[in-house]
Design a protein around this ligand. Structure first.
Ligand SMILES: Nc1ncnc2c1ncn2[C@@H]1O[C@H](COP(=O)(O)OP(=O)(O)OP(=O)(O)O)[C@@H](O)[C@H]1O
Length: 808
């Protein structure tokens, strides 16, 4: 009997699932029909754009300036249009909402009704419950497409009419009854996933009950394997994230949220939204500052997938200064000295001190006639020892005139007392030299008539200033300083000691000087270079003129028209490079910026609006209060709009719970975001067997074995996170395991994620810097599915292998 019941249940299930499959297939084919219509329309539009291009080319042959200007503008617009259509042809339709009738009957510019709330009385009740009719269906995609009658076939995801797709929740559904995510590849619809916003409502569309397919799009998206590049989340943005993405761009939008809450994703989507919403305003460019080149590479594809790249520059914090690229790391102690406000004072002294003659500060006599380093090196050059002249000799009005070392020092001291950037004080120094020589010449007493005296003085200045000996002297005595030159001078411990007196302690001076002797730059050096650039002031150099198209000159459309052979992308890159200030600045992982880095970033957005996203609990900077002060200085008095993201989309609950233990140590009292899903797989703890093979070998073997094990268990990537000083060693441990696995230093793991991670020796990571516990918290929150902790030499694992830092 029981067996028969079981059989019947099984048969029922087969029957249900066959029915489900046929409903699913029918729904897929409904969406396929819509997609086919959209493609037909897109093809028409592409033909239109091509026609416009040809038409424009014909006008070019007419040759009058007016016709040429019109041609250029038309080609430009048609080119952009074609480019977008071609680029976004793939996978661009991803959503649909089915809506109740709205409160008013107004339509927006995209052809959709604008009301958010349903009209009164559209939901009716009978003995079977609530029922209603679907009044409007909207499809959402990466770009908007209207049909030939201007009715919306696809709504751009950033348009106001698309907002309910993201904002509607079962608690606050508005007009939305069903939200559907459509999965497609090229021209083929592969699947649909539905979420019901009003599950209690029986809704009909074209006389048929609205079917619901799948378990919801979010879970489907979160469960997918990770690759080495981030995907956009445009099909499953959640309501609290959407509020940030669409927040008005006034002043500063400030977003906090724990690991995995989507801060980076939200920041990128916000850039795309701002461009859509006010393209003209953001033609000034959007800068996204990212903490590491690894995170730049990881996130780089998201904006193009949203149809935006031209106006957005994503730069690592170590690549913000043109021509400089950070490749080195500083020890925590050196980083602390270089990144803090104290360094600002040192740099100000160094910039002036770099002109001083050896053995004393400017103004003190150097009668010993010593020689000093020549500091006017080119961008790449190291300081070349050369003579700083200690005597100036010229011949003027037939007389030999001389200034001695003491006088020269006095003049230099005087000139440096000005507040202008050091390089811009050079003309003032030159003028003071001429004054001193003029006084020596005694010619000032020759005429009492002021006009004649002035004439004489001006011909004296002209004579002297054109003399080779004077020109050579000024060049050697007051060379033009470059940021790199001053930084190189700071590598001299003795000189740095003088400039950093009572600011850095002797140990810091020694370590900083030593670090500046290395070949290459660290992220902190780059911020110092930028500061020096501001302190020194760069004399204006003639800009390299790019080749001009004669037609551009004719029409004056030089900036509007892409130059021949320069693609849209190259043009965007060129503009980004030439640009120093931006219209909007987005700072990702803002908690990590040092005071000096905030100053550098601040200079790029003096007139900008800002979006700042971060998580104080993940800060690797040792003095968060000082950084907060610098951040407030960079952002000025602009009002802040604050948002908090509360849901962790990355880590399953099992991993989030473990990480929360470290958070409690790192920042007692702060709250973890709640994990949105659970996998049932607990983190694994492995202790190395030191007795067998020795600690080092054992660690290598254990980590390799764990990485191999995880590669078998997940489809995507595996990250092995070690303390910074073990990076190279760890890469060797993993040799030959393939491209899906990577070794990372703790600081490099920032912002990244992997299907599975191995965190090696929590104690080593926690001990490596004053912010070590927060860095460990970052390391523990990188996995989307599985996590293994391998204890090292410094950990004290219990019988289950759980190291002390991760026990209750
Ligand atoms: N609404 C969403 N739909 C689908 N996936 C999402 C959503 N929000 C976030 N995610 C995914 O969650 C993961 C974490 O997102 P993201 O890296 O932006 O978080 P974060 O807050 O910047 O994390 P961290 O502070 O650790 O760097 C990513 O894989 C992202 O694609």
């Amino acid at each position: 009997m029981a067996a028969q019941a079981q059989q019947e249940t099984a048969l029922d299930q087969i029957h249900d699932s066959a029915q489900d499959d046929s409903v699913r297939d029918r729904e897929i084919s409904v969406e396929q029909q819509h997609l086919d219509r959209v493609y037909r329309r897109l093809e028409e539009k592409i033909h239109e754009a091509e026609f416009l291009m040809n038409d424009a080319a014909q006008r070019g042959q007419v040759g009058t300036p007016g016709a040429l200007a019109e041609r250029d503008a038309q080609v430009f617009r048609a080119g952009i249009h074609l480019n977008r259509l071609n680029n976004e042809f793939e996978d661009f339709l991803f959503g649909r909402i089915d809506l109740l009738l709205g409160k008013d009957g107004k339509k927006g510019p995209d052809g959709a009704y604008t009301a958010v709330e349903p009209a009164e009385g559209v939901v009716q009740v009978d003995e079977t419950g609530q029922y209603a009719t679907i009044a409007e269906t909207l499809h959402i995609g990466r770009i908007g497409v209207l049909d030939a009658d201007y009715a919306p076939l696809v709504i751009d995801w950033r348009a106001p009419a698309a907002a309910p797709f993201y904002r509607s929740t079962p608690v606050d559904p508005g007009r939305v009854v069903r939200r559907r995510v459509i999965r497609s590849k090229g021209r083929k619809v592969l699947g649909v996933e539905d979420d019901l916003m009003r599950p209690e409502l029986k809704a009909t569309l074209d006389g048929r009950e609205l079917p619901v397919i799948g378990d919801g799009a979010l879970m489907a998206a979160l469960g997918q394997a990770r690759s080495h590049t981030m995907r956009d989340i445009v099909a499953s943005i959640q309501a609290e994230q959407d509020l940030v993405i669409r927040a008005p761009a006034a002043s500063v939008t400030y977003v906090e949220g724990g690991p995995g809450t989507g801060k980076t994703a939200v920041a990128l989507h916000r850039a795309a939204y701002l461009l859509y919403q006010d393209r003209r305003r953001y033609a000034g460019g959007i800068l996204i500052v990212s903490p590491t080149p690894l995170l730049v590479a990881y996130t780089e594809g998201v904006l193009p997938s949203l149809g935006e790249e031209g106006q957005v520059a994503i730069r690592a914090i170590g690549s913000l200064v043109d021509g400089a690229e950070a490749t080195l790391y500083d020890s925590p102690a050196v980083a602390r000295a270089k990144g803090s406000y104290r360094m600002l004072k040192v740099l100000r002294k160094a910039a002036r001190g770099a002109l001083e003659t050896p053995g004393g500060s400017p103004g003190r006599s150097t009668a010993a006639g010593g020689r000093s380093e020549q500091l006017a090196f080119g961008e790449e050059a190291a300081p070349a020892p050369a003579g700083t002249p200690t005597r100036l000799r010229v011949v003027a009005f037939g007389r030999r005139l001389e200034l001695e070392a003491a006088e020269l020092d006095r003049i230099k001291h005087n000139a440096l007392s000005g507040t202008a950037p050091v390089n811009l004080l050079r003309p003032r120094a030159r003028k003071l030299l001429l004054d001193a020589l003029w006084a020596k010449s005694g010619a000032g007493t020759r005429h009492t008539d002021p006009e004649l005296a002035a004439e004489l003085r001006s011909s004296f200045d002209e004579d002297v200033a054109s003399e080779d000996s004077f020109i050579d002297f000024v060049n050697a005595w007051w060379p033009e300083l470059t940021p790199r030159g001053v930084l190189a001078a700071m590598a001299d411990e003795r000189r740095l000691g003088r400039w950093a007196r009572r600011i850095l302690n002797p140990g810091e001076v020694r370590r900083v000087a030593r670090s500046l002797k290395r070949d290459g730059l660290s992220v902190h050096d780059v911020a110092m270079l930028d500061e020096l650039q501001a302190i020194l002031g760069m004399p204006v150099r003639p800009r390299k003129r790019r080749e001009l198209d004669p037609l551009d000159q004719l029409t004056g459309l030089e900036e509007l028209m892409p130059v021949r052979e320069e693609s849209q992308r190259e043009r965007a890159e060129r503009l980004a490079q030439e640009r120093v200030e931006y219209a909007h600045v987005i700072v990702d992982e803002a908690q990590d910026l040092t005071p000096m880095q905030w100053r550098m970033v601040g200079r790029r957005g003096r007139q900008a609006t800002w979006t700042v996203v971060g998580d104080p609990a993940q800060s690797s900077w040792s003095d968060p209060d000082e950084a907060a002060e610098a951040r407030d200085e960079a952002l000025g008095s602009r009002p802040r709009r604050r948002f908090t993201l509360t849901v962790n989309y990355r880590n399953p609950a099992e991993i989030a719970e473990l990480a929360a233990k470290v958070l409690a140590l790192a920042m007692p009292g702060s709250e973890s975001p709640s994990a949105v899903r659970s996998t049932g797989v607990e983190p694994r703890f492995v202790a190395t067997n030191k007795a067998d093979t020795g600690v080092r070998d054992s660690l290598a073997q254990t980590v390799r074995a764990e990485a191999a094990r995880l590669l078998d268990r997940v489809d995507g990537t595996v990250g092995v996170v070690v303390a910074m000083n073990r990076r190279e060693e760890a890469a060797r441990w993993l040799a030959g395991l393939g491209e899906r696995v990577v070794a990372l230093g703790s600081l490099e793991a920032k912002g990244l994620e992997y299907d599975a991670t191995v965190v090696v020796s929590p104690a080593e990571i926690a001990d490596e810097s004053p912010a070590g516990l927060r860095v460990l918290y970052v390391a523990l929150t990188r996995a989307t599915q599985q996590l293994t902790i391998v204890s090292g030499d410094r950990d004290e694992p219990d019988a289950n292998g759980v190291p002390d830092l991760l026990r209750d």
